[in-house]
Design a protein around this ligand. Sequence first.
Ligand SMILES: C[S@@+](CC[C@H](N)C(=O)[O-])C[C@H]1O[C@@H](n2cnc3c(N)ncnc32)[C@H](O)[C@@H]1O
Length: 241
Amino acid sequence: MEESLCRIKNLAHASVASLEMKMQQYDRWSENFESDVSNLDYRAPKICVDHLYRVIESKGLQFTEETEIIDLAAGTGLVGKFLRDKQFIGTIDAQDGSSGMLDVAKTKNIYSNFYECILKPDAILPLPVNHYDVAILSGALSDSQVHPTCLKDILRHIEVGGIFVFSTRSNRNNLDFKKKLEIEIEKLEHDGCWEKLLVNDVKEFERATSPEEVIQAADKQQITEEYPFISGSVYCYRKLN
Ligand SMILES: C[S@@+](CC[C@H](N)C(=O)[O-])C[C@H]1O[C@@H](n2cnc3c(N)ncnc32)[C@H](O)[C@@H]1O
């Protein structure tokens, strides 16, 4: 556990000078990523997939063989795995800036197309435009990873009426980022780019890397666990134009 925590703190949560350096960190982490995040009870990929299905089922819709999903910042492919666990039979493509992480995703035989590129503000991504029925961005919206203004760029690749599901953590160190993210989300709503389908705060999102990361409840309940859970949020939006 200590070794996993150390890697998570030094690799996933640490600030770096550039996104390229962050991608190199993930290249180095790719072999240990899944066992490390499993020690942390990392739930973002499953939470995103479960919320996608909640939205689809609440609308009486069903995915088919024709449905195409893009898994953004796909990492080692955990989102793809949970989609297949739900018997998703359509196409899943994967995008990530780390070749090491994508190499692990390739071994799962889940994805059709792989796009190795970095999401950064105003980047032109080599993905088909107005194309995907669904985009999922799990566990990558935080400082030194995917910038909030990338949401707008990603929308270019979703077809009108398509669904975008993404998540962020609500631990102490991510609160400023989350505020900026929610300003961007509201701006896109105000500009008529998308409409809200479902937003949910999830209490047990993943375990904290230190008790200080937990935002205590108003009653200042004592944190007794060594690795308490932090909360997180999941957002589901529908592209309008
Ligand atoms: C914590 S992992 C999450 C992986 C996967 N989505 C999941 O939930 O298991 C973050 C992933 O996002 C990728 N990533 C982070 N920032 C990125 C960016 N700006 N552009 C492309 N990939 C990025 C990393 O390479 C890494 O694979």
